[in-house]
Design a protein around this ligand. Structure first.
Ligand SMILES: [Zn+2]
Length: 262
């Protein structure tokens, strides 16, 4: 990392909670401010911050599901943190102080996060992108080698949401909210068996999980070559799912439906 980046980049710590959730502590060293992304629960998050001597000043929520906001109120009570979340879901985010959207973005300790409106998994889902740290917090929209289920949105919405994220630089680190990568790889290999980048990725992921290591973050460059949900407009997948139609939205919908019943 070049010295200029070392001075300004956010320090990011992953806190595994529940069965497969990841909460993130995002720390600005110069000011000591720390944001928590999608706290499922409070106690392990407060403990990790306490152990490091980090002061939690903000909570950033991507969407309203309980395993992303469950710790909001307790962390807010314990630290006075300011809760930032999606404007479109303002009524479903506990303790919300500041509603943000694509126009406002979100500011934290002198860092500006670009906010992407990425409906599909939920109707109000957002993602936070810190360009200065090449970090994307995408909640349950994009997973490593997968994407979120469509609980409140259509395939069309999710595909256009994923295309927004796909537009970010390859070096972007993808901090998604779940460790689902190994099972996602099993599905991906089943529908994209001739993709050598995916085969390599699946082997790496298997080895990492056997050693109990996290597979997150991945990079967006790797996702672009391996994740079938970012590749619905690639020839091999369009051919395989041609029965669904000849446009990428239909192919994306067919891939999502195939995963739902995999
Ligand atoms: Zn969710």
């Amino acid at each position: 990392m070049p010295p200029s980046e070392a001075n300004t980049a956010l320090e990011i710590v992953q806190v595994p909670v529940l069965s497969d959730n990841y909460v993130y502590l995002v720390h600005d060293r110069p000011s000591g401010a720390t944001a928590v992304v999608d706290p499922s629960v409070a106690e392990p998050v407060l403990a990790e911050a306490g152990k490091r001597g980090w002061r939690i000043t903000h909570i950033l929520n991507t969407h309203h599901h309980a395993d992303h906001v469950g710790g909001n109120l307790e962390i807010k009570r314990a630290t006075g943190a300011k809760v930032i979340g999606p404007a479109y879901d303002r009524d479903r985010i506990p303790g919300l102080d500041l509603a943000v959207d694509e126009a406002s973005g979100a500011d934290f300790a002198g860092h500006h996060a670009q906010v992407f409106f990425v409906p599909g998994h939920t109707r109000g889902h957002i993602a936070y992108y810190f360009a200065d740290s090449q970090a994307l917090f995408c909640g349950d929209t994009l997973f490593s080698i997968g994407c979120g289920r469509l609980f409140e949105g259509t395939p069309q919405q999710m595909w256009s949401s994923l295309l927004k994220l796909r537009g970010l630089p390859d070096a972007t680190r993808v901090y998604c909210a779940h460790e689902y990568t190994e099972s996602n790889c099993r599905f991906a290999v089943s529908i994209d068996p001739d993709n050598p980048a995916l085969a390599r990725k699946a082997a790496e992921v298997r080895a990492a999980r056997q050693e109990g290591r996290s597979t997150v973050p991945s990079t967006l460059g790797s996702e672009k070559s391996c994740n079938p949900f970012l590749r619905a407009d690639q020839a091999s997948l369009m051919q395989r799912f041609a029965k669904a139609g000849s446009d990428s939205t239909a192919v994306f919908g067919a891939i999502r439906a195939a995963k739902d019943s995999f």
